[in-house]
Design a protein around this ligand. Structure first.
Ligand code: ARG
Length: 576
């Protein structure tokens, strides 16, 4: 149950009954401090001002109309006219029982929407790098969350699989074949192959001519070129899949909707934009001028959608792509997880999309931008030699470090168990350190921090789960043995339960804002409240009824942490 939504509704009704105009915002939020209750309605003062009434007097009128019988045990006015709401202990306990009895922790499903999520999107013949890591991990966490809420999610891996670079790549494949090497087997070092092709292209004139010729042939659907192109795509996908699998990212080949897919839609889109009078010829190229963007001279900025030589651009593809997602995939909402440097690109493409009427306003196109991953020195994350860090190498290093850590912490475990724990902790650490940061800012990638057992880290959260789960194991009971109900006697119990019941609100906020750190923060706070509860409220030595009630709270905590981490794509361990 979404308690915030419930209270918000009730306060909205009371506002209206007290004379506020329909639709006045109740602005109910979780209270920041226990002394302000569980929830706080902040909307009263704004309405009172509009009505020309004393805010505290108006707040009292709202409270008189507020129907929270059985839900709240106390409602009071605070400060200039806030309404603080203290939930009823018995009501909370009953909600706790519901959550405990439910596989999905009594979280409601939403009215199902079709939501396209554009994420990961690495490029063919290039290694995945840290930028793709962020998009992949954050996108996947949001995908899992949306699916949990019952949405029809379409994963769209907008693979960079088209463009003029394929001319030089195909030319180099052919060159290698002529030298007698079996290319399909041998491009394990894709990045090296790409660099080599580029050097040849820049320095060898004849190679350049061949490469350009291949571009033309590939674009006109020449089977020889297409075959080579398919090989490159297949090799890349195989390498990427290894990264996805290691990270338990839910993408497969079936989710690839690469740039090439939109190829046939580009000419008609350009023709249509011209016909609508949105695109014009300019210096031989086809350009859309956008009034809302000004160039250096203060004139409307031009977005090229077709080059003079007939070639299309990244923007043209994104225009066709948005149109496709609405028309063919029936998207109600499209989320793009792309780094913030591409913001203007997207805004321009979508501005054209809206003007051309390809996607109606009620379908939201959302850029969920993220900042860069920085090294400890605060500069873009690079290898010691200054190159981009291969994702695979990063994951290897994470495993090595986690291995050492587990070796130190748990030398007594079997080698197999240690290896399992180390891999799980390593992948979780890489993911969680990213997910837990506010996505739009740059963040500093710091091994020591992310593998620490203190603070808002993966090891801390995983350990919190293991610890809570083990209390339950030590009691050696199952849920069905717990016949006494949850009863709240201690304020620590109440604080814990109230937080547990805010799980749905955390899930909803991630779905709404595409910000998984909201879930991380929630789980971290939950783990903290559990610790305080556990310190203050003995479980196993308590008398039977209290013991069972507290065991239920512990079990619900374990279930909630597990589910929350699961939605983030983070695995838990029963022992670590
Ligand atoms: N392949 C692009 C890159 O590596 C990201 C594509 C993102 N998606 C999109 N629809 N433009 O930068």
């Amino acid at each position: 149950m979404n308690i915030q939504a419930l209270i918000n509704n009730k306060v909205s009704q009371a506002l209206e009954a007290a004379g506020a105009p329909a639709g006045s915002p109740a602005a109910v939020r979780q209270s920041a401090k226990a002394q302000f209750g569980d929830y706080q309605a902040n909307g009263v003062m704004g309405v009172a001002k509009k009505l020309g009434m004393n805010p505290r007097e108006f707040a009292q009128k709202v409270i008189d109309c507020l129907e929270l019988d059985g839900i709240a045990e106390k409602v009071e006015i605070a400060g200039p006219g806030f309404i603080n709401i203290f939930l009823d202990k018995a009501w909370l306990a009953a909600r706790g029982e519901e959550a405990l009895a439910s596989e999905r922790l009594a979280v409601n499903t939403d009215e199902a929407q079709t939501i396209v999520v554009d994420y990961s999107a690495p490029n063919v013949a290039k290694e995945m790098h840290v930028g793709h890591l962020r998009s992949t991990i954050i996108g996947d966490a949001v995908v899992r969350t949306l699916e949990f809420l019952g949405h029809n999610v379409i994963r769209a891996n907008h693979l960079g699989d088209w463009g003029t670079q394929f001319g030089m790549l195909i030319a180099n494949m052919e060159r290698k074949e002529k030298q007698g090497s079996d290319v399909s087997m041998n491009i394990s070092d894709l990045e090296g192959f790409y660099r080599e092709s580029k050097v040849l292209y820049d320095e060898d004139e004849e190679f350049g001519v061949t490469a350009r010729n291949f571009v033309v042939r590939l674009q006109s659907g020449d089977e020889y070129c297409l075959e080579k192109w398919r090989q490159l795509v297949a090799i890349t996908l195989k390498q990427n899949q290894r990264n996805y699998d290691r990270l338990s990212v839910s993408l497969t080949d079936d989710n690839v909707m690469g740039e090439s897919m939109y190829n046939d839609m580009l000419a008609p889109v350009v023709a249509d934009l011209k016909e609508q009078g949105l695109a014009v010829e300019s210096d031989g190229a086809t350009v859309v001028f956008l009034d809302e963007y000004k160039n250096k001279d203060g004139d409307p900025m031009g977005v090229i959608i077709q080059k003079r030589d007939g070639g299309y651009l990244y923007t043209t593809t994104d225009i066709a792509c948005a149109k496709y997602r609405y028309e063919q995939l029936n998207a109600d909402r499209v989320l793009y997880f792309i780094d913030s440097r591409q913001h203007q690109h997207l805004m321009m493409a979508w501005s054209i999309v809206r003007k051309a009427g390809y996607v109606p306003e009620e379908v939201s196109l959302e850029h969920h931008a993220f900042g860069m991953m920085l090294g400890k020195d605060g500069r873009p994350f690079k290898t010691r030699a200054g190159g981009t860090v291969r994702l695979a190498d990063l994951l290897d290093e994470a495993e090595e470090r986690a291995n050492k850590l587990i070796e130190e912490k748990n030398p007594e475990l079997s080698a197999e168990e240690k290896a399992k724990i180390a891999t799980t902790v390593a992948m979780a650490a890489v993911k969680y350190s990213d997910l837990s940061k506010h996505r739009t800012t740059d963040y500093i990638f710091d091994w020591d921090n992310m593998l620490a057992f203190e603070g808002n880290t993966a090891p801390y959260m995983q350990y919190a789960y293991t610890r809570v789960a083990s209390i339950f194991k030590r009691a050696n009971v199952e849920l069905k043995d717990l016949t006494f109900p949850i009863v709240i006697n201690d304020e620590k119990e109440q604080a814990l339960l109230s937080k547990l019941l805010q799980f749905e609100e955390a899930v909803q906020s991630v779905a709404r804002e595409g910000q998984p750190h909201l879930m991380c923060t929630y789980l971290f706070e939950l783990a903290g409240l559990f610790s305080s509860f556990y310190e203050a409220c003995p479980i196993l030595n308590a008398e039977e009824a209290v013991k069972q009630s507290r065991l239920k709270l512990a079990l619900l905590t374990a279930n909630t942490i597990k589910k929350g981490l699961d939605l983030l794509g983070i695995e838990t361990l029963e022992r670590m």
